[in-house]
Design a protein around this ligand. Sequence first.
Ligand SMILES: [Zn+2]
Length: 144
Amino acid sequence: MSETYIPAALRRLVIERAQGCCEYCLMGEGDRSIDFAIDHVIAEKHGGETAEHNLCLSCYWCNSYKGSDLSSVDWTAEGQIVPLFNPRQQLWSDHFRLEGARIQALTAQGRVTVYLLRLNAEERLEERELLLALGSYPCSLFSI
Ligand SMILES: [Zn+2]
């Protein structure tokens, strides 16, 4: 949710690296009617740089719900504050797994990310179920 100018070459690198996939919910850019965003994994207000190692591709919804947050509260662990999943430093499959279109958290970081980014909100699940049935979810980067 930053207004910082991201040079075209850097933007292109982020999109190509992610193969057009949202690095949080695994939606493909081509399957969304809304724009994808270049997300600062660590938001600029926390000192996150506009550089390759701190940028990821995010769909509009993940980017909007994440905002500039870095962490959330894991209520299954006595209200511990837990950092969000970091797609630059961690593997998606270490923290989440797909059960159909539903994103199941495997770790505390997965749990707070699913919660804060509302990854399994009803309308998002419905959209992913439809794409799953059409064979276009998850996007290619994450298909095995
Ligand atoms: Zn997303």
